[in-house]
Design a protein around this ligand. Structure first.
Ligand code: KIV
Length: 276
């Protein structure tokens, strides 16, 4: 089995992405493996090695069990498989909250050991000092506000944000604190269009929405969701393919071939008939 990464002359940098504010919408998808990264790379500006990989790839109930080692391993694979898009690796729960210095050490491990161009972390006023510490020391940071999946325990679930005025002000404050601290781009998750539009209008860096309307400067989706690999997907996700059905169909056909002993010619590949 092999994949053919398409290598562009120059990979997009965090600075290139920052310059796209208000210009061509940013195309961003998650990737966790080298072959998928190679497929998505030519059409994406950003490949996000999201900690969603805990749920999507490893079957965890949420992202809290994801470790730095898991992120580094998948980050390495995605960088190997791509050559054009900026690769951004999520900082997992517990790797950046305790102190800016710890966050810096872990971010440096991610960048150094994977070759990725930036890290992402769930941000807001409480993380502003950390984002500033990282960005002032050469670590490009993508922020993530609104619905923050790593807050699942303290919030009692994955809840859309911005239904009340107090909540809208909280998300706006998260966005502004992240931008002032030096982030180059901002994921906005699970907020209604007026709030996404207001954040996008107010901040000077590109916003990348997920379940946050088309008012953002770009969009990100979990690739496995949009490919239709799961029985259930969040309501805002359009399924651009139905790979679950395709996989079931392929596996069922394979099983039928196996049971019918229908594999003509395979033996000849390994044991070609000797010329007499
Ligand atoms: O982990 C992830 O995949 C993400 C995206 C959903 C934005 O953070």
């Amino acid at each position: 089995m092999s994949f053919q990464p398409k290598l562009d002359a120059r990979r997009l940098s965090a600075a290139d992405i920052a310059r796209r504010k208000g210009a061509d919408p940013l195309v961003c998808l998650t990737a966790y493996t080298a072959p998928m990264a190679a497929i998505l790379d030519p059409v994406c500006d950003v490949l996000l090695v999201g900690d969603s990989l805990g749920m999507v790839v490893h079957g965890l109930p949420n992202t809290l069990g994801v470790t730095l080692e898991m992120m580094i391993l998948h980050g390495q694979a995605v960088v190997r498989g791509s050559g054009h898009a900026l690769v951004v690796v999520d900082m997992p729960f517990g790797s950046y909250e305790a102190a800016p210095e710890t966050a810096f050490d872990n971010a440096v491990r991610i960048l150094r050991e994977t070759g990725a161009g930036a890290v992402k972390l769930e941000s807001g006023p409480q993380m502003a000092a950390t984002v500033a510490y990282l960005t002032q020391r050469g670590v490009p940071v993508m922020g993530h506000v609104g619905l923050r999946p790593q807050a699942v325990l303290s919030e009692g679930g994955f809840k859309a944000k911005g239904r009340t005025q107090a909540e809208r002000e909280r998300v706006l404050a998260e966005a502004e604190a992240t931008v002032e601290a030096g982030a180059f781009a901002l994921v906005i998750e699970g907020v209604a269009e007026p709030l996404a539009a207001e954040i996008t209008r107010r901040v000077k860096i590109p916003t990348i929405g997920i379940g946050a309307s088309s008012a953002c400067d770009g969009q990100v989706l979990v690739t496995d969701d949009m490919l239709g690999l799961f029985e259930w997907t969040p309501k805002f996700v359009r399924r651009y393919a139905d790979l679950r059905s395709a996989v079931i169909e392929a596996a069922t056909t394979f099983a039928a071939d196996v049971r019918a002993r229908r594999f003509p010619g395979e033996a000849e590949i390994y044991f070609p008939a000797k010329a007499e």
